[in-house]
Design a protein around this ligand. Structure first.
Ligand code: SF4
Length: 242
């Protein structure tokens, strides 16, 4: 089972209320192989939110040295750290061994993050969640590892080497492309029943976003059917989001 940044599967949880849809990630999700997380939402931040950059290495920030600061100077370090630990807890609860996280994000970046100046400069480094997951033994990849750009074709089911040092170039399998219509949210929700209530709430919130944003459902009963939630639950969660 994978943990995947929710924005990579089309959930509009990015700081600007948009997403970073990636077909390879969505495919893993459609196959029921992934659970979605948004560490910044798990840490208590809302969407949309003010962009944030790290003022130090994630390893230092997790040890109380350095902060995550928004572009208007608000210190959101605690929320970022909380989101990282909540994500770790979810990963452990579902027995995830791999995570696919959004490159460049201050939470999810795997190889690069922005340098803290809000000038658009990227530096080598990891987001706080990515760093914590890797430190705890979960292999972390970015969506860029999935990209079939040039000859670099990597498919994670066959890719279990430590990244950076041992990146391998694998031939992408000829896969039969599936239609979006096969996305089955209900199957995925079935995996969550043993999670703590608070974690389930967040996952349900993300699943509703996915039903709306990726599958295009607008009616409450359609969203309920797609997610496996009751109509009352969907209404309650959507009202809480307002
Ligand atoms: S915290 Fe991660 S999952 Fe959430 S929007 Fe940012 S990159 Fe995506």
């Amino acid at each position: 089972m994978y943990v995947i940044s929710a924005c990579l599967c089309g959930v509009n949880c990015k700081y600007n209320g948009k997403n970073n849809f990636d077909e390879s990630c969505a495919k893993l999700f459609r196959q029921g192989k992934a659970i979605l997380v948004c560490p910044e939402q798990l840490g208590g931040l809302c969407t949309p939110r003010t962009p944030t950059e790290l003022q130090n290495l994630s390893s230092n920030i997790l040890n109380g040295k350095g902060n995550a600061i928004t572009s208007d100077g608000i210190n959101v370090t605690n929320q970022f750290i909380k989101g990282a630990y909540e994500t770790l807890k979810i990963a452990k609860d579902i027995g995830a061994t791999k995570a696919i996280l959004k490159e460049n994000s201050p939470s999810c970046g795997v190889n690069n993050v922005y340098d803290g100046t809000f000038q658009g400069n990227k530096i080598e480094g990891m987001g706080i969640t990515a760093y914590l997951l890797e430190k705890e033994g979960i292999e972390v990849f970015s969506e860029e590892d999935l990209e079939p750009n040039r000859d670099k074709l990597i498919y994670l089911d066959e890719y279990s080497k430590l990244k950076k040092h041992k990146r391998k170039i694998l031939k992408l399998k000829n896969e039969n492309e599936e239609e979006f219509g096969t996305l089955n949210l209900t199957d995925n929700l079935g995996e969550f029943s043993d999670l703590p209530e608070k974690v389930q709430d967040n996952v349900k919130k993300l699943m509703i976003s996915l039903a709306e944003d990726l599958m295009g459902f607008t009616d409450i009963d359609e969203i309920a059917e797609a997610t496996g939630l009751s109509i009352e639950e969907v209404m309650e969660i959507k009202n809480d989001n307002k």
